[in-house]
Design a protein around this ligand. Structure first.
Ligand SMILES: [Zn+2]
Length: 448
């Protein structure tokens, strides 16, 4: 049941230059025209949202699906249905913690065959940069990866070791001509210690802001050396914003993202033993959360993405009276919640839907090299979310569509909820047959 034309009106359409009343006309899955609210076009289907805002679908450029190999943690079917329910119409899958990790063309093929036919939203893939696989880069880019992810510290997965400074430089030099980004987990192992005990405070103290700072300095120097585009994933230390701004001002191709959990929670509020709050770098203290919000406001941080990274509940050490933050697996589950979680706080701080949309749709699409995604603009893919900005609701993990219900947002009341979603101009729900596409860098179909 393919609808070839669609006309959607709203009094609050979130366009790249602001929120305005408008009508969006879609033909063959693409936005053909944007006009006044009263725009007249013959359409197979017309929708009038009235005062309900229409946003570009969220582009989440940082999702760990874990299939194949660790599908019991999260898989394409569950992750993409959860994404859809949360207004996320494109996800970019990280090269770990699947098995194999996506560091070779063969591994990408395995990923593509695992994903094919299962995806409720569009999916694209990051490649992985590990010691010794620079020779795979050209093949992986040709096969359609968005760019490469690397670590500067132990990733937790033996087959995905970190790069040294020298390896980072040569990997980025190999990428420079392609224009693809190197996205970096930036913590410096020389600044990280073993936690003194199993408490949350000891865990936070073991991975201090200076570990992020030193690693970001390494990335900045590699970016300056190579001319390649560098991106800091999940920035948690707000004090690093000045360093990032200074590098940008110096003309270095650098960007940074943070995550809903760093913007929502603070170390002071993590209940004892609640290892569902564990991630690396850690959720830091409230003063740091303030710094992150300021950095979003002044543009030092460019985007907000979920870093959805679930695991089996047993690996979180649950079932014991007190979870141990030394041994629990790190990673936060939030793909379905990102837009509501960020909006809940952003609106109280005076930010608009246009700001949130820039952080969560436009920026991640540009980072990933997906030019038809992330904006309501003529020629773009007709991926939309209708979003009720005033709806208040309480998170129940068991009602979410993630593979596992465990989430640090359990019981939290959020403001703002996605009510309808269109993918390529077709209205879709999580229970529909999956019609997401697999995309290559540039937005075309992934050849595999
Ligand atoms: Zn991650």
């Amino acid at each position: 049941m393919d609808m070839s034309t669609l006309l959607i009106r709203s009094r609050r359409v979130v366009l790249p230059d602001g929120v305005t009343e408008a009508a969006v006309f879609v033909r063959d899955h693409r936005i053909e025209a944007i006009g006044d609210y009263d725009l007249r076009r013959d359409a197979d289907r017309a929708v009038d949202l009235g005062d309900l805002p229409l946003l570009p679908g969220v582009v989440d450029s940082h999702v760990h699906v874990n299939e194949p190999g660790r599908t019991e943690w999260e898989g394409f079917a569950t992750a993409t249905r959860a994404a859809l329910a949360g207004g996320v119409t494109t996800i970019c899958d990280m090269p770990l913690n699947s098995s194999p990790v996506t560091t070779t063309v063969d591994a990408l093929r395995a990923k593509v065959s695992a994903a094919a036919g299962q995806c409720a939203v569009d999916v694209a893939f990051w490649g992985g940069a590990v010691p010794g696989n620079v020779s795979e880069f050209a093949g992986l880019l040709e096969a359609g990866v968005l760019g490469f992810k690397c670590f500067l510290i132990d990733s937790g997965i033996a087959e995905f070791p970190p790069l040294s400074r020298e390896e980072l430089r040569s990997a980025m030099a190999a990428l420079a001509e392609s224009g693809a980004a190197m996205v970096v987990h930036a913590e410096d192992p020389s600044q990280v210690t073993t936690p003194a005990n199993g408490s949350y405070d000891a865990f936070v103290a073991s991975r201090p802001p200076v570990a992020e700072r030193r690693a970001i300095e390494t990335v900045i120097s590699a970016a300056a050396f190579s001319g390649a585009r560098a991106h800091i994933v999940h920035l948690a230390a707000g004090e690093c914003a000045a360093l990032i701004s200074a590098a940008k001002a110096a003309g270095i191709a650098l960007s940074a993202e943070t995550c809903p959990h760093y913007l929502s929670f603070a170390a002071e509020e993590v209940p004892p033993g609640r290892t569902e709050f564990k991630c690396c770098p850690p959720i830091r203290y409230a003063v740091n959360r303030e710094a992150l919000w300021r950095a979003l406001g002044d543009g030092a941080i460019d985007g907000v993405v979920s870093d959805h990274s679930p695991c089996s509940p047993s690996l979180k050490g649950l079932g014991q009276p007190d979870g141990d933050f030394r041994t629990a697996w790190g990673g936060i589950s939030s793909l379905q919640l990102g837009l509501s979680a960020v909006w809940s706080v952003a609106r109280r701080r005076g930010f608009s839907l246009a700001d949130v949309s820039r952080w969560m749709s436009a920026f991640p699409a540009s980072l990933a090299g997906l030019p038809t995604k992330g904006r309501i603009a003529v020629g773009g893919d007709a991926d939309f979310a209708a979003f009720d900005p005033d709806a208040s609701w309480t998170v129940r993990g068991a009602e979410l569509l993630h593979r596992h219900s465990l989430t640090p947002y359990e019981g939290r009341t959020l403001t703002g909820r996605v009510t309808r979603v269109w993918l390529g101009g077709d209205e879709v729900t999580p229970s529909d047959p999956p019609r997401g596409r697999l995309l290559a860098r540039g937005g075309g179909p992934l050849g595999g």
